[in-house]
Design a protein around this ligand. Structure first.
Ligand SMILES: [Zn+2]
Length: 496
């Protein structure tokens, strides 16, 4: 068998275009990023890349070439529009790398799908289009996506294969990477003829509703899994969409790939899109969102009744700086409550200048400020209880501190929005989690993997401020410029 050469590229961001801070060139450059060669192939061993590399290398005669690619920006998901300059710089490097190191029989694109770039309406599809120009029509292009990707027909016009994670929390990223590898190798060897059908479903939903542990979304995903189980070589992708990217291809989208069977692809797409449309009201009412005063008082009642640990999840904070729950908790004089985290780089810079140490008194206004959605800074008076050692990825900047205050409470002040997904992650903040009864975190659904699916929390309260700030479930309160909400259920009078 002839050797197969596969280029591997990475371009991942979930862009909240309503955030005022753009995602810049600088945000993609840090220790380890951009990455190429083996270093690129070794990122995320438990995710898309790990699954792809493991399975591709199980075949003899497959050579993987890691092409210089940016990793996720250091702002994580806490930054807005990717600048056109950043996109052109890094995509330019990827294309140059493909030209220099080619020819290739195949390309693997590790993507997310919700990147939003100034001046480029469909950045992942545009990347696939440019890659196709270099590798030619005979090469196969495969990609992996997050279910929050905003995609439409355009991507598979240039690419051959797409594999989207089904679960939210995203448990199956490694699995989708491994399927991408196997199917790509089969396609290159002439054993799989990618044949697609795809359909936009005009339903848009805030991500906090999309938990696949709840009945509505679990049933939908189960239907996709059943199609894959009963028909060999059928791959069903359900994009839930990401409504905080103001882009024309947001909303739900179904893609089906078969091995040369166009009629089957059409049949499965028709079934999946009709299923979504029939179930749309259940999909859109899958979580109860409380106001913040109610969430804090219900947490106190649950603790008093012995129903703890309690999790209060602020699903709407997109900057990480929001102080709404902290402020309300101080008003309600809570105890044994951990706030993880509140972002505030100014506080961290000031502490670092003063060479902060454990046991120092702390009195500063924390969080708020960056925009209206973050609320007002809240003065915390307490004691520094944990200071981390700096790691190379911290770029010499203190990443967080932990402050104890009030009646056995603590707050972690971090540099960026931090999504705590598992209780064990709190160890890194120097937290003894048995000391707390209420955990206030910033997450929509991912926290359920460690706090809910595991049975850890006795009570889970999902909350947002009354105002329609940028992460709100009230999407019609947002100032969309590129996406027309009127074309989506439940906002417009739409038909399927
Ligand atoms: Zn996601």
């Amino acid at each position: 068998m002839n050797n197969i050469r596969i280029a591997v590229l990475h371009f991942v961001h979930e862009t909240v275009t309503f955030l005022s801070n753009p995602t810049t060139v600088d945000d993609f450059i840090y220790e380890g990023s951009p990455a190429q060669g083996e270093a690129l192939l070794r990122i995320d061993p438990k995710s898309y890349m790990g699954g792809f590399v493991k399975v591709a290398r199980e075949y003899g005669g497959v050579e993987l070439v890691g092409i210089e690619s940016p990793l996720q920006p250091k702002t994580g998901i806490g930054s807005g529009w990717i600048t056109n300059e950043a996109y052109e710089l890094f995509v330019g490097k990827m294309i140059a790398g493909l030209q220099e190191q080619g020819p290739f029989d195949g390309v693997f694109l590790a993507l997310h799908g919700a990147a939003a770039v100034t001046g480029i309406a469909r950045p992942e599809a545009e990347l696939a289009r440019r890659v196709r120009e270099v590798v030619g029509k005979n090469a196969f292009i495969a990609a992996t996506f997050d279910p929050h990707g905003n995609e439409d027909e355009a991507f598979l016009e240039s690419a051959d294969l797409a594999f989207t994670v089904k679960y939210y929390p995203h448990y199956d990223a490694y699995l989708q990477g491994s399927r991408a590898a196997r199917t790509l190798v089969r396609a290159i060897r002439g054993d799989f003829t990618p044949t697609h059908a795809a359909r936009k479903v005009p339903v848009i939903s805030p991500t906090v509703l999309q938990w696949t542990g709840g009945t509505a979304w679990m049933s939908l995903i189960n239907r996709a899994l059943i199609w894959e189980a009963r028909e060999p070589d059928v791959f069903v992708n359900v994009f839930f969409g990401f409504p905080w990217s103001d882009v024309p291809d947001a909303g739900m989208f179904v893609q089906v790939t078969t091995n040369g069977n166009a009629a089957l692809a059409q049949k499965v797409v028709a079934d999946m899109s009709a299923t979504i449309w029939r179930q749309k009201d259940s999909l859109l009412s899958s979580a109860k969102i409380l106001g913040i005063p109610e969430a804090v008082s219900r947490a106190r009642q649950a603790v008093d009744a012995g129903q703890f640990p309690v999790v209060i999840a602020d699903h709407s904070d997109r900057s990480g700086y929001a102080t709404w729950i902290l402020a309300e908790s101080l008003r309600q004089r809570v105890s044994r409550t951990l706030f993880a985290t509140i972002a505030d780089d100014t506080v961290l810079d000031r502490l670092q200048d003063g060479r902060v140490a454990v046991g120092d008194a702390f009195e500063m206004a924390v969080g708020g400020r960056v925009d209206a959605s973050a609320g007002s800074p809240v003065v915390v008076r307490g004691t520094i209880s944990y200071v981390p050692d700096l790691k190379p990825k911290d770029d010499g900047r203190l990443p967080f501190v932990t402050v104890s205050f009030g009646d056995n409470n603590a707050v972690v002040i971090s540099r960026y929005l931090t999504q705590v997904m598992e209780p064990v992650e709190l160890n890194a903040f120097g937290i003894d989690r048995d000391a707390y009864r209420t955990f206030v975190i910033k997450s929509r659904v991912h926290f359920r993997r460690g706090f809910d699916d595991s049975g850890f929390a006795k009570e889970i309260l999902v909350t947002e401020p009354d105002e329609a700030f940028l992460g709100t479930v009230k999407l019609d309160g947002l100032d969309y410029r590129h996406l027309d909400l009127g074309k989506f259920y439940p906002y417009g009078d739409v038909e399927m």
